[in-house]
Write a protein that binds this ligand. Structure first.
Ligand code: 6PG
Length: 468
């Protein structure tokens, strides 16, 4: 049978996604800019090759697909997507549907949707790396509901399934909503990774633990409330030995983190929305600082290394509890940011549905997302830290987070994400904050006015001269 789906871009993710689609029984036509890539992909597809139609040109790809066509774009985000859409424009009909499945900036997706392309267009976020794309990613879709209905059977079939069998593929809203949720996913991914790295730092530098012992600790945590893909792979990373030197792999890797920008987009968008996501912002900041190796070396030469080992009173149990607390605080911020975005962009973002989509397939999949979905289902717009279930968890874990953050501060071990989570929490649990001072200052120097607690009218303060 003639394929109804095509895929452009046979890089790591595109190739894996094409094989996944073929494996689920859907014939698919594929095209890559470099013909040899298409050829070797097809040659290496084994028994799935029979369901895959390799094509040599874009026109050949379009001709190989039965209308109304669906074409998945898996090319690098940015101008390459615009180029590809322009190249497809003269070849497609109004009923054909192009899906950008790359990590697009949601502003670009909004722009493309509004640009009046001569075909249907959707932006979907796909998470799970190569393994996920091949065997079951999480899919966060944005676009028109009618277009989603067309591709829903294929995308549900290729998606990961949570333990209850529900596929991790959902239509989350119009326009760039899918790519927006994917960006927040990536921001949380950065934060989860950073907090894990911070606990690794406490174990390595504060507790003088060798990599195998750290690996064992992560593996143990992965059997408890912290069960998650990222903790699991951190155990594997820490346990792996460098075949060249025989040293732990971690000890030979340069401590400068790469990034392609999605975490930064989330931080920028949070500022645009006035949504507080300090744990994610700290994670982006820490990656940026990590890249400044020379300056850090100069800093250490000037100020000396942090005192170590850390005070003995900190236990591995404290660290585990601190990470649990940090994770809850970070996710609470991420969901609150999406709630703000839903209101700002008039998108019906469904928080429990988003939590459910993240339960399997994606990089941030974890056991805790089940509870988050349940808590958000009770009251979707309520901050997670205000839900009885998570308040219960936090009350148990916060003393440990305080101990860890304090020990870090006293011993010069940087814990930016965990510390940012704690500071945000303390702001959030303080009914009478300190912004009254800021309002006084603003009125003093700029006559900006303020409200009185007793509601009495007061245009401006009777400020005493600054000399007293
Ligand atoms: C996913 C990931 C993925 C992302 C990489 C790299 O959900 O599968 O988020 O989309 O591209 O994790 O991101 P950085 O290079 O920015 O770390």
């Amino acid at each position: 049978t003639k394929p109804e789906i095509g895929l452009i871009g046979l890089g790591t993710m595109g190739a894996a996604l094409a094989l996944n689609i073929a494996e689920k029984g859907f014939p698919i036509a594929v095209w890559n800019r470099t013909a040899s890539v298409t050829h070797s992909f097809h040659a290496g597809a084994g028994e799935l090759a029979a369901r895959i139609t390799p094509t040599a040109t874009l026109a050949e790809l379009v001709a190989a697909i039965a209308p109304p066509r669906t074409i998945i774009l898996m090319v690098p985000a940015g101008p390459v997507v615009d180029d590809q859409l322009a190249a497809l424009a003269p070849l497609l009909d109004a009923h054909d549907l192009v899906i950008d499945a790359g990590n697009a900036n949601f502003h670009d997706t909004n722009r493309r949707v509004r640009a009046g392309l001569p075909f249907r267009f959707m932006g979907i976020g796909v998470s799970g790396g190569e393994e996920g794309a091949r065997h079951g990613p999480a899919i966060m879709a944005g676009g028109d509901a009618a277009d989603w209905a067309r591709v829903d059977p294929v995308l549900q079939a290729i998606a990961a399934r949570a333990e209850d069998g529900i596929p991790c593929a959902s239509h989350l809203g119009p326009e760039g909503a899918g790519h927006f949720v994917k960006a927040v996913h990536n921001g949380i991914e950065y934060a989860d990774m950073q907090m894990i790295a911070e606990t690794y730092g406490v174990m390595r530098d504060g507790m003088a633990m060798p990599a195998p012992a750290i690996a064992e600790t992560f593996a143990r945590w992965n059997r408890g409330p912290l069960q998650s893909y990222l903790v699991e792979i951190s155990a594997t990373v820490a346990a792996t030995v460098d075949p060249v030197t025989g040293a732990p792999m971690l000890d030979v890797i340069v401590d400068a983190a790469g990034q392609k920008g999605t975490g930064r987009w989330t931080a920028i968008e949070a500022q645009n929305l006035a949504a507080p996501i300090p744990v994610i912002e700290a994670a982006v900041m820490a990656r940026n600082v990590s890249a400044r190796r020379r300056e850090r070396a100069e800093g250490e030469a000037l100020y000396g290394p942090a005192p170590r080992p850390l005070a003995k009173e900190l236990t591995l149990d404290d660290l585990e509890q601190a990470l649990i607390a940090g994770k809850i605080l970070c996710y609470a911020q991420g969901f609150a940011m999406m709630t703000s975005a839903g209101a700002e962009f008039s998108w019906p973002l469904d928080m429990p549905a988003i939590a459910r989509v993240w339960r399997a397939g994606c990089i941030i999949r974890s056991a805790m997302l089940n509870d988050m979905a349940a808590a958000l289902a009770e009251e979707p717009a309520r901050n997670l830290i205000l839900s009885p279930l998570f308040a219960d968890h936090l009350l148990r874990c916060l003393p440990a987070l305080r101990r860890v953050a304090a020990a870090g501060a006293l011993n010069g071990l940087a814990l930016p994400a965990l510390g940012a989570g704690l500071a945000w929490f303390d702001l959030m649990r303080t009914a009478r904050g300190t912004a009254n001072m800021i309002q006084g200052q603003r009125d003093f120097f700029g006559l900006h006015g303020f409200e009185r607690l007793d509601g009495l009218p007061q245009p401006h303060g009777p400020w005493a001269p600054p000399s007293i």
